[in-house]
Write a protein that binds this ligand. Structure first.
Ligand code: ADP
Ligand code: MG
Length: 722
């Protein structure tokens, strides 16, 4: 763990933070008193909360540095004798200078600059008094200085602390000394019963709980290097406990789901079944990876327990056909299937593709979206509710309350991570409501093109089965990626025009300007005008149609967007200027050149998603990443990774290392929700260990498992219905 990746804490003083800190997980539903106590203001309610309020960092006051051993910039504790004091300036700029010396350096050794001091402190600072000061030393104009140090008067033989001094995350008006006392008494009051059996600790080489927590509040100086990188056994113990609670909750949720019932949809396997007919109609044969995923899903659907499966595969890996086969299996068994996509463009594309495949086989398809006319919508709702529509496609309009299905047996969610929390909850509710009156829950298949590294998938979706399409369909040529400075943009515009004139279709992506959709739009509009002019200026045979550039952005009406996409798909538009609305799932096999402006502003997964829009046909495809200097070190690494890596999983792993798991998943915060200590980019082994222990604990010691989950997730945690 390094300080750089942490969310910035309230007291973000310099120095490595030994352990991640975010506010305590479970505060919801607890009464707020009108005048919160200092601890309550930090979200600390129980002794356990306080014990787990771990230091942000530590100060080493266990050793004294003599004055002749000071180094510029070093943070040290030193002890010396006051020679004299002097008040400089006037209030409020008043400063107190304290001059010190020690035996090693009897001249004017070190000056402390104090900004806040009281008259009675001045009395303490008589010549001859011994001071112990802790702070950063600087070589100033008039010798060594320590600005605003921690200091106190000490006796000659006053012993040094044996342990590192903790610095706790805190908030205004809650001093460190208060927290230290609160922690001290909480540690002494706690019932240290260990919820993790000794056998598990031995198995995973983990230390005792009480010893670990006590150590983290007062570690020996020797522990500092390990603590700084989050690798100390005591830290590993707490990370393990946290991950264990999370894994227990997820495995419990999974066990609970096994009690629910879903319609079994046996995979007939005959030649005349809908899945078989669909296979025969598809113009290609499935890859081995696709076949494996199809088989895994088919087996789930055949069981009378709701499927809860994530189908992940890199962009272009061919998830749609796998979903179509699942839909066919559900429909063949007499159930309805709903497919939900995050954007209208994508939903429309699915609608077209699935309808092209399934309608000729007699499947009735209905389409639901937020932008259709009342009449169209009414008709679609009627088809869903009567059961006539066997396949219902659309955006999240599908899970709105008015939508009723006669016999919903399978729900498919494409690009599931693009849906917001509210939409996911609505989906869960509509699935829980189940199929009218039957007491059955539909099967759920989620799809994601953001390849989630295994560790992250396990932490986030421990209660989910995962199928992975890990190879691309054959015949693809890898996309060639070029990183280009924006200073050469004019050359690029000319080159792109020439290529477009040769018939290559081009995406030109303008970045999302954070927090300013308007700017974003202006950008895209201006670029569109510029590129249109460049295309118009190209020499062209008189009988050829003019080369056109299209524009696609989020503010356009759905019908306009759809028309533009259709024109691009049909090849009527040679170049498409777009904001990131094209990021998701769009499939135009003939497009073979992708330009991304301000590529340095995009995250790795996003760049990879965008690049995945090309390279879908057999032709050599290119992706040009334009960047504007200066590049931050991370941006530089990202662009280099894009140039060197083609595999989405490798890129996702890199992204996880560069940015932390939160951003990878498009979450605002930089951690996995609910994880305070564990860091999934670095603690994968602990996650495996926690998963292993959780399985055994639930089987052999359910009461210890429950206690452990409650300790970490709070009393309010609903163990059984999670
Ligand atoms: P994604 O996983 O990104 O959703 P798609 O399902 O859109 O990918 O598939 C990308 C393209 O690859 C589509 O044009 C699709 O028809 C094609 N495709 C899918 N599977 C195969 C295959 N086994 N062989 C050849 N082409 C395939
Ligand atoms: Mg897709």
């Amino acid at each position: 763990m390094s300080a750089a990746r942490k969310p910035s804490p309230p007291e973000s003083t310099a120095g490595p933070s030994p352990i991640r800190r975010t506010p305590h997980a479970d505060q919801a539903g607890r009464a707020k008193s009108p005048k919160p106590s200092p601890l309550a203001r930090l979200g600390l309610r129980s002794d356990w909360d306080i014990a787990l309020h771990l230091p942000l960092r530590y100060e080493d006051e266990t050793r004294l540095t003599p004055l002749d051993a000071l180094r510029d910039g070093a943070t040290v504790t030193t002890e010396a004798e006051v020679i004299g004091t002097e008040v400089q300036g006037r209030a409020p700029r008043r400063q107190l200078l304290v001059r010190l010396r020690d035996a090693h350096w009897p001249q004017d050794g070190l000056t402390l600059r104090l900004f806040y001091f009281y008259p009675n402190q001045l009395k303490l600072l008589q010549p001859g008094a011994r001071l112990r000061a802790h702070g950063q030393v600087r070589q100033g104009l008039f010798g060594w200085e320590m600005v605003h140090p921690n200091w106190r008067v000490v006796d000659v033989e006053e012993p040094l602390p044996q342990t590192l001094t903790p610095v706790y995350p805190t908030t205004a008006g809650v001093p460190q000394s208060y927290l230290r006392k609160a922690v001290h008494s909480a540690l002494n009051r706690l019932n240290w019963h260990d919820t993790v059996p000794q056998a598990e600790l031995t198995r995973h080489h983990l230390p005792d709980l009480q010893a670990s927590v006590r150590l983290l509040h007062a570690p020996p100086a020797l522990a500092l290097p390990a603590l700084d990188v989050g690798a100390h056994p005591a830290q590993r113990r707490l990370k393990f406990d946290e991950l264990l609670a999370q894994q227990l909750a997820q495995q419990q949720a999974r066990a609970a789901r096994q009690q629910w019932k879903a319609p079994p949809m046996p995979d007939g396997g005959g030649v005349e079944t809908l899945p078989a007919l669909l296979r025969a109609a598809i113009p290609f044969s499935l890859t081995a990876a696709q076949e494996r995923c199809v088989a895994e899903i088919a087996a789930d659907l055949a069981r009378p327990v709701p499927m809860h499966r994530l189908l992940q595969g890199d962009v272009g890996s061919g998830k749609t056909v796998v979903a179509a086969l699942a839909a066919a299996q559900a429909i063949a068994a007499g159930w309805q299937c709903a497919l939900m996509a995050p954007t209208e463009i994508l939903a429309a594309q699915h609608a077209r593709k699935l309808a092209d495949w399934l309608e000729p086989l007699g499947v009735r398809v209905a389409w639901l979206s937020g932008s259709q006319s009342k009449k169209e919508r009414g008709a679609a709702l009627q088809l869903a509710a009567s059961g006539q529509a066997q396949l219902v496609l659309g955006t999240h309009a599908i899970i709105q309350a008015q939508v009723r299905f006669a016999r919903l047996g399978l729900a498919i969610v494409d690009e599931q991570h693009r849906f917001g929390v509210a939409q996911r909850l609505a989906l869960r509710d509509s699935l829980r409501a189940g199929t009218q009156g039957s007491g059955l829950q539909p099967h759920l298949l989620m799809m994601s093109a953001t390849p989630i590294p295994r560790t992250l998938a396990m932490a986030l979706f421990g209660d989910l089965d995962v199928s992975t399409i890990d190879t691309l369909p054959p015949g693809r040529t890898p996309v060639r990626t070029t990183v280009l400075s924006a200073e050469r943009r004019d050359d690029l515009v000319a080159r792109v025009g020439a290529l477009a004139a040769q018939g290559r279709q081009v995406y030109w992506v303008c970045p999302l300007v954070e927090e300013s959709e308007t700017l974003d739009l202006q950008n895209a509009v201006a670029t569109h005008a510029e590129l249109s002019a460049a295309l118009a200026a190209l020499p062209r045979a008189a009988d050829w149609p003019p080369l056109r550039a299209g524009l696609l952005h989020g503010r356009m009406k759905t019908a306009e967007k759809r028309a533009t996409m259709q024109a691009f798909t049909a090849g009527d538009i040679g170049l498409l200027v777009a904001t990131t609305v094209i990021e998701v799932g769009v499939d135009v096999p003939n497009a073979s050149l992708m330009v991304i402006e301000h590529a340095e502003r995009f995250g790795l997964s996003q760049l990879h998603q965008l690049r995945g829009r090309v390279g879908r046909g057999a032709a050599q495809s290119d992706c040009v990443l334009l960047f504007t200097s200066p590049l931050s070190p991370t941006a530089r690494e990202r662009l280099a990774a894009m140039r060197e890596l083609a595999d989405g999983f490798a890129l996702a792993q890199k992204d996880l290392e560069l940015r932390g798991p939160g951003e990878l998943l498009g979450l605002r915060q930089s951690g996995v929700p609910g994880l305070r200590y564990a860091d999934l980019a670095h603690d994968a082994d602990l996650l495996e260990a926690a998963r292993d222990t959780a399985q055994r604990l639930l089987r052999t010691a359910p009461e210890a498992a429950r206690q452990h989950a409650v300790r970490w997730l709070g009393e309010g945690f609903d163990w059984l219905s999670a």
